[in-house]
Ligand binder design. Structure first.
Ligand SMILES: NC(=O)c1ccc[n+]([C@@H]2O[C@H](COP(=O)([O-])OP(=O)(O)OC[C@H]3O[C@@H](n4cnc5c(N)ncnc54)[C@H](O)[C@@H]3O)[C@@H](O)[C@H]2O)c1
Length: 412
């Protein structure tokens, strides 16, 4: 049986690198200057736009979590819910998806303060069978709804073998992988999906109609190893286009389109218009497959649950209406199928990881490995590296909410 050793490579250092999928691998933490910035999720813009000297500070995970719990509690969130959502955001940062971690704290707090989300809401089951449930999230925090639904799916899968739970009345639930990991912890396969505000333009259309609709599949392997696919169904994250705009570089054909329905290579124009191509890009590059997976997510989420769907979901950053997002969660007990599931998972992943790479400095990975690599880096750094702009936002929040500021230190 092949070994499952992962050779570590670092794919980026800061929020922007990770938003950009690690394409700024040379922008290493603590090295000179990085053109990084903080993405204000309310405006969906990076700020500031100019190159800034980055003063990265290390925040121990427990301290980052403590700060977020305090902020949520000070905004009227019960302790239990505050802990769930803070853990969710921490997990995103820990795994290197900084765009979905503390970066969202300000947006979540504003949604609570503006009455767009009810932090006290608890879920209720509207319909259920032995292997399914329809849940009403009652406009609660997405992380709370998501955890409840995956817990329920796991509980049902323990007797039914496989279970699917869908929710309406939810809000932004963070990284889709969070819920697959929840199932993996029970030795189960887990899948999760959410619909989101319109960004993706269907193949042959001109208007953004579907969201970035992420999908995740997690599968346990031996000795704590796992496969975790966790991805948006658009060609790239919005952050990659924002990054190209600030660098003044063009973007490849297939990432975005303009208002005329043409493939857009000018990053400035693409970022302004906000029309993303589906995974795969244009029709000739099979973008209709990514569009199809985006539809799959929407069918599982919005259509099955009766939440808002596709073009009916509020625009990203709009705060005048509740989100009413739909989400879906599947738990599968592998023991209901052929014996030795985890052995075969480890064998397959070990085989792939040990394949000869094109570039010896870039080993072949399986899904979830980049996140594991980042987690190793966090441990080595002694905590999470947030850029100065995040610290500035936190300082303002601490003052406004009258909570103890987050304590960070210079990297050693
Ligand atoms: N809640 C929402 O509304 C929402 C919307 C969109 C995305 N997201 C989240 O944003 C995060 C980032 O999404 P993304 O699509 O930019 O992810 P990504 O492109 O960074 O990674 C996608 C997947 O590919 C894997 N991967 C990356 N490089 C690889 C390689 N060389 N070999 C093998 N596997 C590799 C990763 O482990 C991951 O599973 C995800 O956690 C997603 O759930 C959330």
């Amino acid at each position: 049986m092949a070994s499952s050793t992962i050779k570590l490579t670092i794919r980026g250092c800061c929020q922007l690198c990770f938003d950009a999928g690690g394409i700024l691998a040379k922008c290493s933490a603590g090295l000179s200057a990085c053109s990084s910035s903080y993405r204000n999720m309310s405006s969906n813009r990076y700020e500031p736009s100019a190159k800034t000297e980055i003063n990265l500070l290390v925040t121990p995970i427990e301290e980052a979590e403590r700060f977020m719990v305090d902020c949520f509690k000070a905004s009227g969130t019960p302790q239990k819910h505050a802990e769930i959502v803070a853990k969710n955001l921490i997990e995103a940062d820990y795994r290197g998806h900084y765009s979905h971690g503390m970066n969202r704290l300000d947006m979540y707090i504003r949604d609570i303060q503006g009455g767009m989300c009810d932090p006290k809401a608890t879920c209720s089951i509207e319909k259920e069978t032995a292997a399914s449930a329809l849940v009403n999230g009652h406009n609660g925090l997405g992380a709370v709804v998501g955890k409840y639904c995956m817990d329920l799916a796991i509980q049902k899968a323990k007797t039914a073998g496989i279970a699917m739970v869908v929710a309406h009345g939810s809000n932004h639930y963070g990284i889709a992988g969070m819920y697959s990991l929840q199932a993996i912890n029970e030795g189960f396969l887990g899948m999760s999906f959410t619909n989101t505000s319109p960004f993706m333009v269907p193949t042959r259309a001109k208007k953004a109609t579907l969201g970035t609709n992420p999908v995740s599949l997690g599968a346990p392997a031996l000795n704590g190893d796992s496969f975790v696919l966790d991805m948006a169904t658009t060609a790239v994250a919005v952050g990659k286009i924002e990054l190209a705009r600030r660098k003044g570089t063009d973007i490849p054909k297939g990432w975005a389109m303009n208002d005329k329905g043409e493939l857009e290579t000018n990053a400035e124009a693409a970022a302004t218009v906000g029309k993303l191509m589906p995974l795969g890009g244009d029709e000739i590059n099979s973008g209709y497959k990514g569009y199809g997976i985006g539809m799959l997510v929407e069918i599982f989420c919005g259509i099955l649950s009766g939440s808002k769907y596709g073009p009916h979901i509020r625009k990203w950053g709009a705060h005048g209406d509740v989100a009413n997002l739909g989400q879906a969660f599947i738990a599968i007990n592998p023991q209901c199928f052929a014996d030795g599931f985890q052995d075969r998972m480890s064998d397959l992943m070990g085989y792939i990881r040990n394949m000869e790479p094109i570039d010896p400095s870039k080993p072949v990975l399986v899904h979830g490995d980049p996140e594991k690599i980042h987690m190793e880096k966090v441990k080595k750094d002694g905590g999470l590296l947030y850029v100065q702009n995040q610290h500035d936002t936190n300082a303002k929040l601490a003052e406004e909410l009258k909570v103890k500021p987050m304590v960070s230190k210079k990297p050693s």
